[in-house]
Design a protein around this ligand. Sequence first.
Ligand SMILES: Cc1cc2nc3c(=O)[nH]c(=O)nc-3n(C[C@H](O)[C@H](O)[C@H](O)COP(=O)(O)OP(=O)(O)OC[C@H]3O[C@@H](n4cnc5c(N)ncnc54)[C@H](O)[C@@H]3O)c2cc1C
Length: 438
Amino acid sequence: MLPSRASVVVAGGGPAGFMAAIAAAEAGLRPGPDGPAVLVLEATAETLHKVTISGGGRCNVTHACWDPLSLVGHYPRGAQALRGPFSRFASGDAVAWFDAHGLELVEEADGRMFPRSNRSSAVVETLRRAAATGGVVVAPGRALKGAERLTEGGFLLTLRSGEQIVCERLVLATGSHPSGHRLAISLGHGLVPPVPSLFTLSLAQHPLASLAGVVMEPVELEWLPPPAPDAPASQRRQRHRQRGTVLITHWGLSGPATLRLTAFAARALRERGYRGSLRVDWSGGRTADELEHLLETCRREQPRRQLAAVRPWPGLSRRLWQHLIESCGSDPTQRWADLGRRERQALVMALRDSRYAIAGRGPFGEEFVTAGGIPLGEVDLATMESRCCPGLHLVGELLDVDGVTGGFNFQHCWSSGWVAGMAMAEALAQPTVLPRPT
Ligand SMILES: Cc1cc2nc3c(=O)[nH]c(=O)nc-3n(C[C@H](O)[C@H](O)[C@H](O)COP(=O)(O)OP(=O)(O)OC[C@H]3O[C@@H](n4cnc5c(N)ncnc54)[C@H](O)[C@@H]3O)c2cc1C
């Protein structure tokens, strides 16, 4: 049986909802005479599902980026506005929080942080245990359908099952699910239209298909949108470039640099139908003169060897190098001594400025997050409380916030959830009398 009242109801049993519930409970929110302090409603049968499947089953919990000012740079949507919540609870606080709850996080060479066991189930167990210890009541299979703000304060909630609950504070933590958007809109909020972020790219007639599995680092990617003469000048001038590791896949390009590019350009890519082309600089940032010099050195020092057998620098993938030679119309078996000036220039061009037509987004299932959601301007970021509807808090991916890959999306859930939980506990320190549901 579901209680008919609770001090706080959290709609959404994902990471943001769990953190809000646990923080409120641990901050001292006590159960009332006829209801728990905190009740989490989860529409599906399984709470924390995305945590379970995250990070390839390992859960990239956060990122070793300790300074809130640097942290905000990893959020294409949110950015500077997140300085407030991150100054209260950032990556270091998340690491300490999990440590205090019995879960050690370890840092990888690229800064991503995972549970020591490398199992996402350890994160799920930690959150579920902390919720149970704090007295949080979790109700799976209970979807919030409607919420009405009562004139005397608090909310009357209607569940899909028809059950009703009265609460003083309501937290919407429904992720990118449309039902959460509808609930927020019904309580006075606007919505920045959701679009996918963090996806891979498919290439037309995939010229690199035979290189699937090749990883190159660092590579610079630039998206060159299709011409749009009607677009405002500011949009036409805007450049979308990223540098980092690229993975060549069976359908196109993936890897952190591709995901970062599609995250920062998510809305512009959507507006242009996921078309245009990619300029790829495989050279690791070398100038044309430096590349000329490297090729000249190969020609001088190894004149009798074949082009494909000698790479200009050791980090250049053999398969990619052979492909680039062929893409310039040169013969990979020709000797370095026979490499003419024109061919050398063509190779420099291929290394620095290869162009590939984009066919669209990568296959379904590659999307990790949604850009768009409830506008941050409608939320007090010191408490995550709605500016449109007092007593309502909004956290996690429901908001118009998304991070790049690397643990930043969960970090926003921990930060916004914790800030909301603490603010609710403080606001509810003075108990109020709630009406009964009719
Ligand atoms: C495959 C995959 C891997 C990922 N890996 C990582 C990673 O390693 N690191 C990282 O930082 N990020 C990762 N992410 C992103 C991360 O999972 C999300 O940013 C994060 O889960 C958002 O948390 P949330 O609590 O806001 O929403 P969600 O996790 O989506 O949780 C919302 C919950 O609300 C429930 N719900 C919806 N509507 C209602 C309703 N009306 N009533 C009651 N309940 C409702 C949903 O069923 C859901 O359980 C990954 C995402 C995916 C898809």
